[in-house]
Design a binder for this molecule. Structure first.
Ligand code: GDP
Ligand code: MG
Length: 550
């Protein structure tokens, strides 16, 4: 039988005593049996070190561990949690040589590894059991009591006192966790997540980190995720294996368990290997930014076209992650709370996924043909088309609502609109134009997603005018403008006449509004308070006069 830990320098009799520990069985109703306690005490006396046993719920000893005189290191027992709200079915029973109570390491092992229990047998100077103390995980009573410790300590009780019924205690605790878990899924059904930004140390890195984190948080909230913590690490070099430093990842894991986090969301895109390495090391769901965006698209897509496109993008993104033999895979491919059209499809394996990709691409092609026909019909009607584009959250849907009462979904969430919506707008001189709301732009749009959603902009390609809506109140306004320029170029829309409109004027100082107006001769409006929308309509009217014959 293998002994875990440093056995060098131990006497033959100590080793014998250690090996004997494997033969002990603990009955269901005891934390530790008399025989096991005596055996551990004896091995401690002979070795002068802490000795521990990981006891399975069946009563068998799974691992015997040798520590130092003052501490003990547990072997890697795999971080897979048995199931939500349950413990690992292992408890640590170990000796303390100097009568010391449970220390921080003991409690960290307890909570971090979700052990059933950590118990210490305190030895007297003769090396005999003199007291027993134990700790177990308890649910934090309320969500907001984050100060709650999440564990309870009992004892030290003089050795020989009756112990609680172990089996019953654990069963009660587990059902309590289970109840709470169910309760909690109602409250936060979309999962609790921690955001992680890892960047390279260079001037301005912290500012960039903040901006990116704000954006990631907005994305996460749009996806319906409860963000409970954020971690930023700046390093000389991003770790090729773990992204974060190994030590930092360990800290993140402890914090995640503390806060009951299910998912880590990384601000950067992870390679399939990085994602699976982190997932199997932490037993947490791992998502990167692309998957988060895909998840949002998956939730928001409404039209048949949009849904097909999202599913295609999800499949394409997940394909390299399929077929890697790794049991943590399910945690890498699903979205938040395992949602989205791709979720079940991703279970189907590589070959079927490939087939599905092919079929989806064919369906999309058909749809595109239909869309072309629709578009041609509209063009023959000779109604000018105006496409509203811009960074996500700029207020495109709000503007469309305000102007046309279209009832397009507008919320303070990124990507509140996915599918192109078009509405007629009657102008003062009696002619009409078609106003189209488009999907929002975002920095670093995932490649596959971008390709899939290019189709959404085909309508814009035929537009007579592109209204570029800019959120003037956003600190990132300048970057958004640049990014919009770049994306329009990439969508081959740079030749379409463009009108830049600054939105959210109600949030600006009057002087700033003046500055914008004089500097660029730009329109400044508030889609919300309707300020300036008359001027906007007048400008449209000026550009699109009614046909002379009318
Ligand atoms: P889209 O992603 O570009 O379609 O943006 P939405 O139309 O969904 O608007 C995003 C958020 O900005 C919503 O909370 C709107 O209420 C808000 N918003 C839009 N226009 C204005 C505005 O003129 N002023 C202010 N203060 N908020 C606005
Ligand atoms: Mg919108």
């Amino acid at each position: 039988m293998d002994i875990y830990g440093d056995t060098s320098g131990l006497s033959q009799s100590a080793i014998k005593a250690l090996e004997r520990v494997y033969r002990r069985r603990v009955p269901q109703d005891k934390i530790v049996s008399l025989e096991l306690a005596r055996n551990l005490a004896e091995a401690s006396r002979l070795s002068g070190r802490q000795i521990g046993a990981l006891v399975h719920r069946s009563g068998e000893v799974d691992v015997v561990i040798v520590g130092s005189p003052s501490g003990i290191m547990l072997p890697e027992i795999g971080r897979l949690r048995a199931a939500k709200g349950r413990f690992r079915a292992l408890r640590l029973i170990h000796t303390h040589l100097f009568n010391e109570e449970l220390n921080q390491d003991d409690l960290t092992d307890l909570t971090r590894l979700r052990l059933d229990m950590v118990a210490a047998i305190l030895l007297n100077p003769e090396g005999e059991p003199r007291a027993l103390t134990w700790a177990y995980n308890v649910p934090k009573v309320a969500e907001d009591q984050s100060a709650g410790r999440g564990y309870e300590i009992a004892g030290p009780e003089p050795w020989g006192r009756p112990q609680p019924h172990f089996g019953e205690l654990i069963a009660a605790l587990e059902s309590e966790f289970g109840r709470l878990e169910k309760h909690r899924t109602v409250e936060a059904k979309d999962g609790r997540a921690m955001l992680v930004h890892v960047g390279e140390k260079k001037p301005g890195a912290m500012r960039i980190a903040k901006v990116r984190m704000n954006e990631l948080r907005a994305l996460a909230e749009t996806a319906g995720v409860e963000v409970v913590d954020e971690v930023v690490q700046l390093r000389e070099r991003v770790d090729p294996k773990y992204v974060l430093g190994k030590g930092k990842l360990e800290q993140v894991l402890i914090r995640a368990i503390d806060l009951d986090v299910e998912t880590l969301i990384f601000d950067r895109n992870l390679t399939p290997t990085q994602a699976s390495t982190i997932a199997s090391r932490t037993d947490l769901g791992v998502l990167d930014r692309s998957q988060l965006i895909l998840d949002i698209f998956a939730q928001r897509a409404e039209s048949r076209d949009g849904k097909l496109q999202v599913e295609l993008a999800q499949l394409k993104y997940s394909l390299p992650r399929l077929g890697q033999k790794d049991d943590s895979l399910s945690r890498l491919t699903g979205g938040i709370g395992g949602r989205g059209p791709g979720e079940t499809k991703l279970e189907i394996g590589r070959r079927r996924a490939q087939e599905r990709v092919t079929r989806l691409e064919r369906q999309l092609k058909d749809q595109r043909r239909q869309r072309d026909q629709r578009r041609q019909r509209r063009q023959s009607e000779d109604v000018p088309v105006i496409a509203i584009v811009g960074y996500t959250n700029a207020g495109k849907s709000t503007l469309l609502n305000t102007l046309t009462g279209a009832g397009v979904l507008a919320e303070d969430k990124l990507f509140a609109t996915l599918d192109t919506r078009s509405r007629r707008l009657s102008l003062p001189l009696g002619n009409t134009v078609i106003l189209s709301d488009t999907v929002g732009f975002i920095r670093d749009m995932p490649r596959d997603l971008f390709a899939a959603f290019r189709a959404t902009f085909e309508e814009a390609a035929d537009a007579n005018l592109i209204v570029e809506l800019v959120d003037a109140s956003d600190d990132e306004e300048r970057n958004h403008k640049q990014e919009t320029d770049r994306l329009l170029k990439e969508l081959e829309l740079e030749h379409v006449p463009r009108l830049r409109v600054y939105n959210k004027a109600d949030r600006l100082e009057p002087l700033d509004v003046e500055g914008l107006t004089s500097e660029e001769d730009a329109l400044v409006i508030s889609a919300l308070s309707r300020d300036g929308t008359r001027g906007f309509i007048a400008e449209i009217q000026r550009r699109f006069l009614p046909p002379r014959s009318a």
